[in-house]
Write a protein that binds this ligand. Structure first.
Ligand code: CA
Length: 251
């Protein structure tokens, strides 16, 4: 008798990644959203000295407009801004371009918890007053993370899995997966074209030893197919009778 899928804490929806890549030949472009001219000057000079190309917006509305337009590799964002509060700018930019690193400038105790609560690798903060070295280091760290993304992508059958941002695309469409669905898809992508047994999937994705009674693999393959596929373009995950599954072209 088939056992039910175990309860797990994996209902969360993971953010989709932005297409953020760095051209080696051109300097990384940083957008600074800050309204105090003294800080703007200090930050601009420091970032330019560190080799970045800098654009400045001096209020929240302009900052959000420029950031959303794309083309930046990182954003340095003050919170207390005229026009639109920095947290609102952050929320909107992060929704549109989740992979774009945003470094928030904050007064001590102001919003660290809320920024940290965003739970995303793309958002960081530095506490005012900060040193230029600290800000430059923070920007560099995040740019490095973004630059590494291309080495952390699995691609097959029009599906792209970003292991760093844990985002998935099929063609032009973002696919939101739970943690377990993501692990299952990554496993199948790594074995692209091979037939993999339910037992191998179970032990790799769930860490169980062979348990013929569980139907958890079939259930999760069902979830993945529904999320990856459409009526016209079903997911390329095929059932191999009495054995398991194969991700690949239909045979
Ligand atoms: Ca300010």
């Amino acid at each position: 008798m088939a056992r039910a899928v175990p309860e797990s804490a994996d209902g969360e929806i993971l953010p989709a990644a932005a297409d953020a890549t760095i051209e080696a030949a051109t300097p990384a472009r940083v957008l600074v959203i800050e309204d105090e001219p003294g800080i703007v000057d200090f930050v601009r000079r420091g970032l330019e000295a560190a080799g970045f190309s800098v654009e400045v917006a001096m209020d929240g509305i302009e900052g959000e407009r420029l950031a959303s337009r794309g083309g930046f590799d990182a954003v340095v964002l003050d919170l207390m801004l005229p026009g639109r509060h920095g947290m609102d700018v952050l929320a909107s930019v992060h929704k549109l371009l989740p992979g774009l690193p945003v470094i928030v400038l904050t007064a001590r105790g102001e919003v660290e918890d809320r920024v940290a609560g965003l739970d995303t690798g793309a958002v960081d903060y530095v506490v005012k007053p900060f040193s230029m070295a600290e800000l430059v280091a923070r920007v560099r760290t995040h740019l490095r993370v973004v630059a590494d993304v291309s080495d952390n992508t699995l691609s097959a059958e029009g599906i792209e899995v970003n292991l760093l941002t844990r985002s998935v695309r099929r063609g032009e469409r973002d696919v939101l997966l739970s943690t377990t669905e993501f692990e299952l898809l990554s496993f199948l992508m790594r074995r692209h074209g091979e037939v993999v047994s339910r037992e191998a999937i179970l032990s790799s994705v769930w860490g169980y030893d062979h348990d013929p009674a569980t139907n958890v693999v079939d259930v999760y393959v069902g979830y993945l197919r529904r999320k990856l596929g459409t009526a016209e373009d079903p997911a390329p995950i095929h059932t191999v009778r009495a054995v398991g599954y194969r991700l690949g072209p239909a045979s």
